[in-house]
Write a protein of this length. Structure first.
Length: 269
């Protein structure tokens, strides 16, 4: 093998094609980033041998097959990003053993099945991005144990009720559960209009200092544009619109993050 002691590999943002070498996991990898290329094919099973891997970014490629077996990376893996590929299958229950994992992004794939309950074991997890897949079932109640900053699960087929504990998550910045099959009526805490449809994201419960919240398009009655006016959003105590983006409709309301101070602006498009 060429460069048998190679630990860090970054080939991101190029036009590389082909497949990932079958024996890639035999390298003493700590960092492997091939994001934004044209890599295709299945993920090599040898990733299970990469016991020192800390960062794995395979996003924005044309990778197929199922999610890799990462059981043996449990002591080091911090960040996993395989978003924007053509990966199918389920999220392995064994991912709950990745004890150091801080972020997981498997969005924009063809992932099926449910969100595994074993996710509760990931005590350092702060970001979960599962959007634009084909996930079913409810949001696991075990997520309450995590100190999440982002939970993006929109555009799946998730159902059941939205857990009330999400309202009181002190670190949560982004929560998007729109375009699913959650039971109605949806809770009031995400938006102030009476329908509680979650369309008007800036009208938020002020108990969270920063929160972008959306659970629109779950089959509930739509909020009128009047309810999403700038005046109604600005009326929420302690909040103001970030930047100067107007709030002229429910769709634009859902893309603006608000906060108590104007020191930071975050938009979600």
């Amino acid at each position: 093998m060429i460069f048998p002691n190679l630990g860090d590999i970054s080939f991101s943002d190029n036009q590389f094609s082909g497949t990932i070498p079958a024996n890639i996991g035999q390298l003493p990898l700590t960092y492997f980033d091939i994001a934004n290329n044209q890599i295709a094919g299945n993920l090599p099973s040898s990733f299970s041998l990469a016991t020192t891997l800390a960062n794995l970014d395979l996003s924005l490629n044309q990778i197929t097959g199922t999610l890799p077996d990462l059981t043996n990376t449990s002591l080091y893996l911090l960040h996993l990003n395989v978003s924007h590929n053509q990966i199918h299958g389920t999220i392995p229950t064994q991912y709950g053993n990745l004890s150091q994992l801080k972020s997981i992004d498997v969005s924009h794939n063809q992932i099926t099945g449910t969100i595994p309950e074993s996710i509760q074991n990931l005590q350092f997890m702060t970001q979960i991005k599962l959007e634009f897949n084909q996930l079913t079932g409810p949001i696991p109640g075990s997520i309450e144990k995590l100190k999440l900053k982002e939970l993006s699960i929109e555009n799946n087929q998730l159902n059941g009720t939205l857990p009330t504990f999400l309202q009181n998550q002190p670190d949560l910045i982004i929560f998007n559960a729109s375009n699913n099959l959650f039971s109605c009526p949806l809770p009031q805490w995400c938006s102030s209009p009476p329908s509680g449809n979650g369309e008007c994201a800036p009208c938020l419960n002020p108990s969270n200092p920063i929160l972008c919240c959306s659970y629109s398009n779950n089959g509930c009655r739509s909020i009128t544009k009047t309810a999403c006016s700038t005046a109604s959003c600005a009326a929420s105590p302690g909040f103001q619109l970030c930047g100067s983006r107007p709030v002229s409709s429910c769709s634009s309301c859902g893309s603006i993050l608000v906060e108590k101070s104007a020191t930071k602006t975050i938009t979600i498009n």
